[in-house]
Ligand binder design. Structure first.
Ligand code: GLU
Length: 304
């Protein structure tokens, strides 16, 4: 059985990952994230892993996992190892939580979102609400005063966040028992030996929470590259809420060319590429990939 100890073994290779939540099919923005992490991995002769972040089963959309995996597959994006499903890993998240509880990093909390309204949803350092016996509680991570977490992002540069002021003690496990994304992602990145994380800049404000958990659990810190967002022509991030169109699996070559264009990659003489399969296009694009060609913040356009 896998233990947290295995997670701390050092694996020197480059190991990258794409970790979608199955809340809907992939759209062009999420396909661009998958491709960027794949190209960065391949350029470093690394291994690329797919992890399905299906922790929050009430929010899951039926068939989304199958659709995502199908979209990856038709675009030549195959995981180098068996796909990891977070829904099957409660035991390992529980052992990380137990380790944090034993080190006195965790407190029980029964506050509701409503009760935190007057604190801008930032929980105070201690929970003063009185707990009833057997009342379900959330588990929150302590953050000592003046905890500023900083890191150097490969694209965004230096990023620092006063964690106690901006975030406060954050949830590791919800009252309904569901483990929080922040805990699961840290445990899984460590367990899978991920050395490089490439993902959207919309998650960058979560990264300091993840670095804090890595420190408290004794894990290595991966390198991070937070990609610009792909936005619609109203400057909104492509997302299910904004009715972003699902990637059309019938047109993988067109989709890949569109994604390469977003990533600043111009394939030589597009005409000579006709007839090439997605995996072949990806291998040409690998040689041309460079984070220096990306804008920092966002792409805005009519991306359908
Ligand atoms: N599961 C997250 C999402 O689909 C991504 C998490 C990550 O890359 O760290 O937005």
């Amino acid at each position: 059985m896998e233990t947290l100890g295995d997670a701390r073994e050092s694996r020197p290779l480059y190991r990258g990952r794409f970790a979608p939540s199955p809340t809907g099919p992939l759209h062009l923005g999420s396909l661009a994230t998958a491709v960027a992490s794949y190209l960065d991995t391949r350029q470093h002769q690394g291994q690329w892993l797919v992890r399905i972040e299906d922790l929050d089963q009430p929010r899951e959309v039926p068939q989304a996992t199958e659709q995502i995996l199908e979209t990856l597959s038709v675009h030549g994006l195959e995981s180098d190892e068996p796909i990891l499903y977070q829904s099957q890993r409660a035991d390992i998240y529980q052992s990380a939580l137990t380790q944090l509880i034993e080190a006195n990093w965790v407190f029980d909390c029964c506050c509701s979102r409503k009760s935190l309204k007057h604190h801008q949803q930032i929980h105070p350092a201690h929970c003063t609400a009185s707990l009833m016996p057997n009342q379900p509680t959330a588990k929150r991570m302590r953050i000592p005063a003046h905890t500023t977490i900083a890191f150097d992002d490969r694209l965004q540069g230096h990023y620092a966040q006063p964690l106690d002021e901006v975030v406060g003690p954050f949830v590791l496990q919800r009252k309904d028992g569901i483990f929080a994304y922040q805990l699961a992602v840290v445990v899984d990145d460590a367990a899978q030996g991920i050395t490089h994380v490439v993902r959207g800049v919309d998650i960058i404000d979560s990264t300091p929470r993840q670095l804090w958990l890595q420190q408290c659990l004794g894990f290595h810190m991966p390198h991070y590259l937070h990609l610009p967002l792909v936005c619609n022509d109203q400057n909104q991030k492509l997302s299910k809420q904004n009715h972003a169109v699902a990637v059309n699996n019938q047109t993988p070559i067109e989709n890949l060319k569109h994604v390469f264009h977003l990533l600043g990659i111009t394939l030589p003489e597009l005409s000579i590429n006709e007839g090439l399969q997605p995996a072949e296009l990806l291998s040409i694009a690998t040689t041309l990939w460079s984070p220096n060609k990306l804008p920092q913040d966002r792409y805005v356009g009519n991306f359908v």
